[in-house]
Design a protein around this ligand. Structure first.
Ligand SMILES: *Cc1c(COP(=O)(O)O)cnc(C)c1O
Length: 433
């Protein structure tokens, strides 16, 4: 399998796509031809690492990682990703819980897989240039997941940029509790400034070469691919159990999670509808409604990990679809305001005693608001992107109850935190690289 840029650059191997993050022409890497992978290709008895390994095989064919894929999947994808059935049918509702990893958000899947791939690529000497610097911008959860995945991993240094004061206190702690090979920088600005800085650093040939910059953002194909694998697993389990295709509602910011679902369906997995739930940052819903792509500065919301005004992965979706009509058939998108996020967290808790994070709440809201015929003719899964305990300062006052953090999150919160603050410009970042 070869990878090409969304802007048409030359084809490269997956090692280059993973280590480079973005293509030299500024575009994002995509497979030159999508493989065909269908339900019958999978072992029915497989656990997630086995399913992921089978799913990823054609994407790594011919690469130095191909033989090692089963081992990388077992090592990196070693936590449960359960599909929890909440309401049965017509219009059944399940929640795909992606928050049982070390930092309690779905970002652990991509970050851990990517870290294992990069370590292997460096060890193999395909890029005989260790140490590399993994530069990552985060709206909250990516940075923690990447830091956790790379912490004390030989051959890599991690620099995390997060928007000062725009992440939850527990997220901030997860971004700043590492030390060793991890540097945490609070940027005076918002997520879009962090993302802009990362892009500027990569565009600066001097910095890029001197620090051997690698990207671990959700634009990295090494993060998207394992995410597509959990859509494979969830849709296959549902298909084998019911003979029906599963529809997904995906809380969406930078479009990494939802785009992975689009790939999973395009290669042939039994996935029905894909609905994006955004917060008040409605660049994507507005685009689908008007056909005009108008990226804009982000506004802060309760679902802060989705505060993205210029979602990067849209470039992949637009390239895949070609025109707006095809795009409208591929996905739909619904924005959810903060007041609706609050009321959904409360309503869902009253309904079944379950507490969800503000991001997951956008998805549940979209499910509850589906037109009747849409809801009842399909089987739905809302993607739960983070554990509610990560957003305790929002969720606990709404519910008037304490939410017990998972054990791994507790142990991170016990570590001391340290970070520096920088201005939102490239000089300030370059001085800290
Ligand atoms: C990152 C994140 C999102 C948004 O995911 P994208 O891939 O950027 O669309 C949603 N919820 C949580 C909890 C996140 O951390």
């Amino acid at each position: 399998m070869r990878y090409v840029s969304t802007r048409g650059g030359p084809a490269v191997g997956i090692e280059t796509a993973i280590m480079g993050g973005t293509a030299d022409d500024g575009g994002l890497y995509v497979p030159d031809v999508l493989p065909v992978i269908q339900a019958d290709d999978f072992p029915r008895t497989g656990d997630f690492p086995a399913i992921a390994s089978r799913f990823l095989e054609p994407f790594f064919a011919g690469s130095s990682l191909a033989q090692r894929l089963p081992r990388i999947c077992s090592a990196a994808l070693n936590f449960p990703l359960p599909l929890r059935q909440l309401e049965s049918g017509p219009g059944s509702l399940a929640v795909l819980e992606l928050f049982h990893g070390p930092t309690a958000a779905f970002k652990d899947v991509g970050a851990r897989f990517l870290a294992h791939c990069m370590e292997q690529i460096i060890q193999d000497g395909v890029f005989a240039t260790a140490p590399v610097t993994v530069l990552v911008a985060t709206s909250g959860d990516t940075g923690g997941a990447v830091a956790a995945a790379y912490h004390r991993r030989p051959g890599t240094r991690v620099v995390v940029l997060f928007p000062e004061g725009r992440v939850s206190p527990r997220q901030e702690h997860q971004l700043t509790c590492w030390g060793d090979n991890v540097v945490s920088l609070a940027v005076r600005g918002e997520f879009d400034d962090c993302q802009r800085l990362v892009k500027a650093a990569f565009a600066d040939a001097g910095l890029r070469v001197r620090h051997r910059l690698c990207s671990a953002n959700s634009i990295n194909v090494g993060r998207l691919l394992p995410q597509a694998a959990y859509y494979a697993q969830a849709s296959l389990n549902h298909w084998w159990a019911t003979g029906r295709r599963l529809s997904f509602i995906v809380p969406t910011g930078n479009l990494g999670n939802a785009f992975a679902c689009v790939w999973a369906r395009r290669v042939g997995l039994p996935i029905d509808r894909i609905v994006l739930a955004t917060n008040a940052n409605a660049t994507i819903p507005d685009f689908l409604a008007t056909g005009q792509w108008l990226p804009r500065p982000s506004v802060p919301t309760l679902a802060s990990a989705m505060d993205v005004g210029n979602p990067s992965n849209m470039e992949r979706l637009r390239q895949l679809c070609g025109d707006i009509e095809t795009l409208r058939q591929e996905v739909s998108a619904v924005p959810v305001a903060d007041a609706e996020i609050r009321s959904t967290i409360v309503d869902e808790f009253r309904r079944n005693g379950l507490a969800w994070c503000p991001h997951t709440a956008t998805g549940l809201r979209v499910y509850r608001e589906l037109p009747d015929h849409e809801r009842t003719h399909r089987d739905w899964a809302v993607v739960a992107t983070a554990h509610a305990a990560k957003f305790d300062t929002i969720v606990e006052p709404l519910l008037g109850t304490r939410i017990e953090p998972p054990a791994e999150l507790m142990s991170l919160l016990a570590r001391p935190s340290r970070f520096e603050t920088i201005a939102p410009d490239l000089e300030a970042l370059a001085a800290r690289l």
